[in-house]
Design a binder for this molecule. Structure first.
Ligand SMILES: Nc1ncnc2c1ncn2[C@@H]1O[C@H](COP(=O)(O)OP(=O)(O)OP(=O)(O)O)[C@@H](O)[C@H]1O
Ligand SMILES: [Mg+2]
Length: 257
C-alpha cells in the first residue's frame, strides 16, 4: 500500500528571471531511498532546500508524514513543523567549530526538541557509536577528518529522528579515500528503514542503495525508475546522454555487476 512519507506537488522556484524548478512532482514512500541524479545546475540542491524552506518555493505544496504545507501560505509554525519532520545533511557538514562533536550532535535535541542535557548526552553518545565515532565525542571538528565530520553531520540528523533525511552530495567535499566510509554509514542507516532522498554523483552507490533513481535536468524530472532500469536501460535521450558522460568520466566499472 502506498504510504508516502514525502510528497512534493508542482514545486516551482525562480531566482529572478531564471526558472530553476519547473513543476516538480515527487512522492517518496516510507522506508524508500530515492537518489536524485542530474547535471550541475539542474536544480537538485534547490529542490532539497525548498523541502524544509531554506528556500521558499513560488508555487506548490509539500507533505511530510501527512502534514501538508502550501508553500505560498506557509506560516512560521508550518515551517517549524516541516523542519522537524525533515533533516538535511549538507555537503560541508556545517558543524560548529567551537563545540565538541557530542555537543554538535546533541544541539538539535536540546534546542529543537527541548530534551534535558543528561538525556541528550546519552542519546548523542549512542548515535555517535552507530556512526563509528564513539571515541571522538569530546574532540572538536578540526581534529576530525572530513569523513568523520560528515559522519558527525549524519549522526546529528538521525538523532532528531526525522521522518525523512535529505542528503545533498554528502561525499562531494571529501577526499576519495574517505568517500567509502560515509557511503557505508548512509547505507547502514538506509537499512534501518529510514526514508531518504540523496543527491549524489556516486552512481555505484545509487545502484546499490537506491530503491529508485530520479533523473533531473533543467528544473524538471526527466525520468525515474529502479536503478537497474534507469541506469542500464533509460528511455529518454537526455538521461542516456548524462549517463554516458558520467560513466566515461569515471570509467565504466560502475555498471560491471
Ligand atoms: N540563491 C540563489 N540565487 C540565485 N540563483 C541561484 C540560487 N541558488 C541556486 N541558483 C541557481 O539555480 C540553478 C540551480 O542550482 P542548484 O544549486 O539547485 O543546482 P544543482 O543541481 O544542485 O547543481 P550542482 O550539481 O552543481 O550542485 C543554478 O543555475 C544556480 O545558479
Ligand atoms: Mg547542488
Amino acid at each position: 500500500m502506498s504510504n508516502p512519507m514525502l510528497q512534493l506537488r508542482d514545486i516551482h522556484k525562480a531566482f529572478g528571471t531564471q526558472h530553476v524548478l519547473k513543476g516538480i512532482n515527487l512522492t517518496v514512500e516510507k522506508g524508500e531511498v530515492v537518489v536524485i541524479l542530474g547535471p550541475s545546475g539542474s536544480g537538485k540542491t534547490t529542490l532539497l532546500r525548498t523541502v524544509n524552506f531554506l528556500e521558499k518555493a513560488d508555487r506548490g505544496s509539500i507533505t511530510a508524514n501527512q502534514f501538508t504545507v502550501e508553500c505560498l501560505d506557509a506560516k512560521k509554525q508550518d515551517v517549524l513543523m516541516l523542519r522537524r519532520k525533515t533533516a538535511m545533511v549538507f555537503q560541508n557538514y556545517n558543524l560548529f567549530a567551537n563545540k565538541t562533536i557530542l555537543e554538535n550532535v546533541m544541539e538539535g535535541l536540546i534546542i529543537v526538541k527541548k530534551i534535558k542535557k543528561k538525556i541528550a548526552e546519552k542519546k548523542g553518545l549512542e548515535v555517535l557509536d552507530k556512526v563509528g565515532l564513539a571515541d571522538k565525542a569530546n574532540a572538536y571538528p578540526n581534529q576530525l577528518s572530513g569523513g568523520q565530520q560528515q559522519r558527525a553531520g549524519i549522526a546529528r540528523a538521525i538523532l532528531l529522528n526525522p521522518d525523512v533525511i535529505l542528503f545533498d552530495e554528502p561525499t562531494s567535499a571529501l577526499d576519495p579515500e574517505l568517500v567509502g566510509e560515509v557511503l557505508t554509514t548512509i547505507k547502514k542507516i538506509a537499512q534501518t528503514g529510514v526514508t531518504m532522498v540523496v543527491v549524489t554523483h556516486e552512481v555505484s552507490f545509487a545502484k546499490e542503495v537506491a530503491n529508485r533513481i530520479v533523473f533531473m535536468a533543467d528544473g524538471n524530472i526527466v525520468e525515474q525508475g529502479p536503478p537497474e532500469k534507469l541506469l542500464v536501460n533509460p528511455e529518454k535521450e537526455r538521461t542516456k546522454q548524462f549517463l554516458s558522460r558520467i560513466t566515461s568520466e569515471k570509467g565504466s566499472t560502475d555498471f560491471s555487476n
